[in-house]
Ligand binder design. Structure first.
Ligand code: ASP
Length: 580
């Protein structure tokens, strides 16, 4: 038997007990006549002591213990001389009577401590060592806890977890597919699922009216800091439901997670906001509503006063920064630089400091009286700072939205311990890609239009609203879904609108349209981004910390060095040639 207890278990009531422990040497301190070593496992740390007087031979062996050596010990629990109230096991130590070295360790390339000295690349290369550290162990425990809570919650409500295949054909989430060549059918390829979308819809046709799966999805996208080529979704689908049923069910799940996992204590219904309102008030479709500073349009109020920048703009609007009048010119200049960055790309900021004078950067063009009107329109108080942007509506709102989040960060308004979920609803069904002049499904091609908007499909497709919804938490889209089309004719029409030829639609999604002819029930669903959700619950932004073996920003696994080239033999078998 390796151990009678874990390294996190022993307390003063165990004093006098003979115990066996096994784990890793975190560090050891050699003093004259005595050695203290911290023994660590996933449950905690227990201090070991070796006393030279009692066993000189053991003492010599203990001296040789290096960091991360794996040992097993037998010993007696004794009261600690200098207790450590910050450690759960801090009242005791184990005086070692016998020591077995199970395995030595090279000196690790970074310290296995809460605050390590290793950079992220190095830690990803030695991920198995990084995973020994407390913050990552806590992240894995949190991930497990959330997964179990999801499974229990949904299972109690009659959901079945059903697996769907990974080797499939192209799915419709709008990213590139990862593909897998087939050896048995040379020249043919599987695609890895971007989501189980079509399969979960087929399960509805099969009568499994409440499905979920905690499932891996694969999307070959250009990676941003918070994306992974493979990631996990809580994927769900229900039959005989309308949008309201889906929102209620998954609001319930989300509230349960927030209240049980992080004690968020949320009892009210989640706010709901339409896509159009979200864009107008927050400049973004995933608003962070933990703070105000919403956008106000004042185009008509400020035009025709002789200030060209405003007069020529499609939109003039701004935000009001509470207490912002105290900002220095330098600070305001920095904000101007922020919105002028190419990613945002507006020409500048107009500011006004609210007080008796309402001094602004455009006093030349606007009288004190007119500036007073701005203050009223923007609902500003003395001491506030008004920041205005003039541009096309889309660009100005987007810039104001980003400026708002930037100021929210700078002014500490985005408390990671506060949780503000909401639904964004009434998304447009389609968006146009101006370059190719083609319509794209904003969610995916199986999303149903609002019935009252169906006539617009022919006359004004851009105006059609979808039965689609996003779940947003603290400025992150943590879930999205829709009520689906379940009628073959409407589905064909959608493919048509999206520019699929009949043959293309048939060859890619014929199986689904065929299934719709065999008694498909009305259905809809949602998928929540599991990695992101866990990261937010853990109060962090980086989802990599919550994935045991993540890829880096270039989509590489630095530990196993993937992706890698294939050997000639394997290429031959697959009948593949690489053109360089
Ligand atoms: N398959 C969709 C997605 O991955 C979710 C859904 O519509 O249920 O975003």
């Amino acid at each position: 038997m390796y151990r009678s207890h874990t390294c996190g278990e022993l307390r003063s009531e165990h004093i006098g007990n003979e115990v066996k422990l096994a784990g890793w040497i975190q560090r050891s301190r050699v003093m004259s006549g005595q050695i203290f070593a911290d023994l660590r496992d996933r449950y905690g740390i227990t201090q070991l002591s070796f006393v030279e007087k009692k066993d000189a031979e053991l003492f010599v062996r203990a001296k040789k213990l290096g960091r991360e050596f794996v040992v097993q010990i037998n010993g007696q629990v004794i009261e600690r001389q200098s207790k450590n109230p910050n450690m759960p096991t801090g009242d005791i130590e184990v005086e070692v009577q016998s020591l077995t070295l199970l395995n030595a360790s090279k000196t690790p390339p970074f310290t296995i401590e809460n605050d390590t000295d290793g950079g992220e690349e190095l830690r990803m290369t030695y991920r198995y060592l990084d995973l020994r550290r407390n913050p990552l162990q806590d992240a894995m425990k949190l991930r497990h806890k959330v997964a179990m809570a999801v499974r229990n919650y949904l299972a109690e409500r009659d959901f079945l977890e059903i697996e769907t295949p990974y080797l499939i054909k192209s799915t419709p989430e709008g990213a590139r597919d990862f593909v897998v060549p087939s050896r048995m059918q040379p020249g043919h390829f599987y695609a890895l699922p971007q989501s189980p979308q079509t399969f979960k819809q087929l399960l509805m046709v099969s009568g499994y009216d409440k499905y979920f799966q905690i499932v891996r999805c694969f999307r070959d996208e250009d990676l941003r800091a918070d994306r992974q080529p493979e990631f996990t979704q809580i994927d769900c689908e229900m039959a005989f439901v309308e949008q309201e049923d889906i929102l209620n069910t998954f609001e319930g799940l989300t509230r349960h997670l927030l209240n049980t996992v992080v004690d968020a204590n949320i009892s009210e219904a989640f706010p709901r906001i339409s896509y159009a309102d979200a864009m107008n008030k927050y400049g973004i479709d995933k608003p962070d509503i933990r703070f105000g500073m919403t956008l106000t349009e004042i185009t008509t109020l400020v035009q025709n006063k002789g200030f060209q920048v405003f007069d020529q703009a499609e939109y003039v609007g701004g935000i009001c920064v509470e207490g912002g009048a105290a900002m220095s010119r330098k600070e305001i200049d920095k904000l101007t630089d922020f919105v002028k960055r190419p990613q945002i790309g507006v020409k500048g900021l107009v500011w006004m400091k609210c007080d008796a004078d309402n001094k602004s950067s455009v006093d030349k063009f606007f009288s004190a009286e007119q500036r007073m009107e701005w203050k009223t329109a923007m609902n500003a108080q003395d001491g506030d700072l008004i920041l205005l942007i003039a541009d096309t509506g889309d660009r100005a709102r987007k810039a104001l939205g980003e400026l708002r989040l930037h100021l929210g960060n700078e002014r500490g308004l985005r408390n990671p311990k506060e949780f503000a979920p909401l639904w964004v609803i009434d998304f447009p069904l389609l968006e146009k890609d101006e370059e190719s002049n083609r319509w794209y499904a904003m969610h995916h091609p199986f999303t149903s239009p609002k019935p009252e908007d169906i006539p617009l499909l022919d006359s004004d497709p851009g105006k059609v609203r979808a039965n689609a919804y996003d779940l947003v938490l603290n400025g992150n889209e943590i879930g999205g879904g829709s009520i689906r089309i379940f009628d073959r004719t409407l589905q064909s029409k959608m493919f048509d609108l999206l520019g699929f030829s009949k043959e293309e639609a048939e060859s890619q999604f014929g199986f689904l349209m065929q299934a719709f002819e065999y008694g498909a029930p009305p259905h809809g669903g949602i998928a929540l981004g599991f990695d992101r959700l866990v990261a937010i619950l853990g109060g962090q932004e980086n989802i990599r910390n919550f994935i045991a073996f993540p890829k880096n920003n270039a989509g590489r696994d630095l530990m196993i060095e993937a992706p890698a080239v294939l050997g000639d033999e394997q290429l031959r078998e697959l009948q593949l040639t690489i053109s360089s």
